[in-house]
Design a protein around this ligand. Structure first.
Ligand SMILES: Nc1ncnc2c1ncn2[C@@H]1O[C@H](COP(=O)(O)OP(=O)(O)O)[C@@H](O)[C@H]1O
Ligand SMILES: [Mg+2]
Length: 246
């Protein structure tokens, strides 16, 4: 595995009430983009939170390694310090801080990396609202801010939990374009999504979490496009004209 990648092996994790992940394997090589699919409740958020050192969930077996380091027992800020940034589900921003203040929190300067002007180039709307309280932004704008904030940390791996969730169609189109631009900049990504179209466009490879709390299918995005039945069965989607997913 190339240096800098994420390696999850045999991860068992969950909550006091139930174990959700029953032995999950997942690899994101350095420079790669991986999408995590699966119906609601299959454990996508649980897995991403475990990777980022957030609790709950707690893990009881298996390992999570990043850039050759074992992440077991590390706090979220320590995981972030190793270069993993999370855009959590539900676009969390600090509502009573301004857009600019949100962007500056945790920012890490890297030569040639993401900085304020580059983030505002990607999301000009954030520049227009730089002094506005984040809590007064629309849902789509808050999602842009949450992504911008994570980019300002210049992560080696950007983890995003359903960035397209609940966006109006016009904003979804814009978001898709911007997410593609982030990917095309060479950013390593781990992306949980329910929007299969977006996931397939963004990712080189896909892992699908299934009922058993394990990875039910994994392979390249191309291979998954050619298997509409897998998508129908594991993601719960009808396919276009019964043919391949386009
Ligand atoms: N804080 C929690 N406490 C107890 N159970 C939880 C908690 N968060 C999620 N779960 C349960 O864990 C399972 C997986 O949830 P989640 O990881 O959010 O799935 P997904 O992101 O794929 O929709 C679900 O059954 C959910 O109800
Ligand atoms: Mg989720």
């Amino acid at each position: 595995m190339p240096e800098g990648g994420l390696e999850v092996r045999g991860l068992v994790a969950g909550y006091a009430t139930a174990t959700v992940l029953h032995g999950v394997d997942l690899t994101v090589a350095a420079g790669a983009s991986v999408a995590l699919l699966g119906r609601n409740g299959m454990g996508k958020t649980t897995l991403l939170r475990a990777v980022c050192g957030l609790r709950p969930p707690t893990s009881s077996a298996g390992s999570i390694r990043f850039a050759g380091r074992d992440l077991a027992g590390l706090r979220p800020d320590e995981v972030a310090g190793l270069g993993i940034s999370l855009v959590p589900q539900g676009r969390r921003v600090f509502p009573s801080l301004t857009v600019d203040e949100n962007l500056r929190i945790g920012a890490r300067v890297v030569a040639g990396g993401w900085d304020r002007s580059r983030v505002l180039g990607l999301f000009p709307r954030l520049g227009e609202r730089a002094r506005q309280m984040a809590g007064t932004l629309s849902g789509g704008e808050q999602q842009m801010l949450a992504i911008g904030r994570a980019l300002m940390m210049n992560p080696r791996l950007l983890v995003m939990d359903e960035p397209s969730e609940g966006l109006a169609p016009a904003i979804l189109e814009l978001m898709r374009e911007r997410l593609m631009a982030i990917r095309e900049s060479g950013q390593s990504l781990l992306l949980a999504e329910q929007n299969v179209d977006l996931a397939l466009a963004m990712a080189d490879s896909v892992s699908i979490l299934g009922d058993g709390g394990t990875v039910a299918w994994s392979g390249s995005s191309e291979a998954l496009r050619a298997q509409p039945r897998v998508l129908a069965e594991l993601v719960g989607l009808a396919t276009h004209d019964g043919g391949t997913w386009t």
